[in-house]
Design a protein around this ligand. Sequence first.
Ligand code: SAM
Ligand code: SF4
Ligand code: SF4
Length: 376
Amino acid sequence: MTEIFRIIPITSATASVAQQSGAVQDYTGLGVPHGYGQVADTLQRPLRDLRISVTDRCNLRCTYCMPREAFDKDHAFLQRADLLSFEEIERLARLFIHLGVQKIRLTGGEPLLRRGIERIIESLARLNTREGKPVEVALTTNAVLLSQKAQSLKDAGLARITASLDGLSEATFRCMSDSDVPVKTVLDGIAAAQRVGLAPVKVNMVVKRGVNDHEIIPMAGHFRNSGVVLRFIEFMDVGCTNGWRMDDVVPAREIVEQINSRYPVRQVDPNYTGEVAERWHYADGSGEVGVIASVTQAFCHECTRARLSTDGKLYTCLFASSGTDLRDPLRMSATDQMLAGLIADHWGRRNDRYSQLRHAVTEAPREKIEMSYIGG
Ligand code: SAM
Ligand code: SF4
Ligand code: SF4
């Protein structure tokens, strides 16, 4: 380990955070040296959100994420010993919080496949942000196992849940998820989450032209008046296996126009700075929909997310090709100060803005990490 401490300067972008929080202090009692606090990257973006992939395995094979040809029975999934343990996740999460993280999302792969997921939710939900508020713990799931898990997730302290569903007809769902799971199983999971009070549940629908775009209006119709916030996501070129082509992307603008022509909508303000979804309310008061235009209207300038892969590597962009290993130092007895130094240093050097540059890139295609490993 070469670089151990690096004092992160408090920039103008982070000054307001520092002022609000009473400048740089050791909120966690970890003994992190003075000078550490809210970190900012080279584009002055603070570190605010952490996505943790708790497993690289999944019970579906969505064609846009884990196509069966690439993720078949011969695929080398991580072995148990490679995965960060819950204790290791909690320790790293505390350090990320010290450096500014306020929200943590558990994802994967399919996070509900990780045995005892409630235990890590429970310990993360007990942590406080630098400002002394409870950290918000959320989870993204394909909802296949949600009916049976909703209550225990809620009891463990989960604040919010996002479920993924790409169509209402069995044929479309089968085509997108490459599975025989009935749509009803997912809908029952979403209903269970609402029933136990994990509201408002959000539902993500990835839209692929010619495959499930005919389900935009049925999905909007189904979730109006239900309390569920449906969000349409542009199909992204994550990883190297999903055969992405720009022609397959249905731009968010087009999605909103389609919805508006059937159910008039009006745009509303974001809930907070950096919210990735553009929000729309139905004019008749029957609820909210969102669009996530990661391809056609990149939001890199407001991207405050770090990602921790299943085996403990830190990535600062969904489209990254390399990360910083935190697991080996962790297992080789690195102190909290050393680990915080590694995280702060990586974030401090961050200049990612892949989506903004996507169309300008002229260099040869490079390896990109798969979403199931890095955490969607
Ligand atoms: N298995 C869980 C699920 O499907 O909700 C969590 C992990 S998944 C990788 C997280 C989110 O990423 C899902 O909502 C999924 O639809 C989305 N996603 C995966 N691949 C995508 C792609 N190529 N483009 C856009 N969204 C994608
Ligand atoms: Fe699994 Fe989620 Fe990827 Fe679908 S999107 S293959 S459910 S990890
Ligand atoms: Fe953030 Fe990278 Fe996505 Fe831009 S491309 S919004 S930097 S994850």
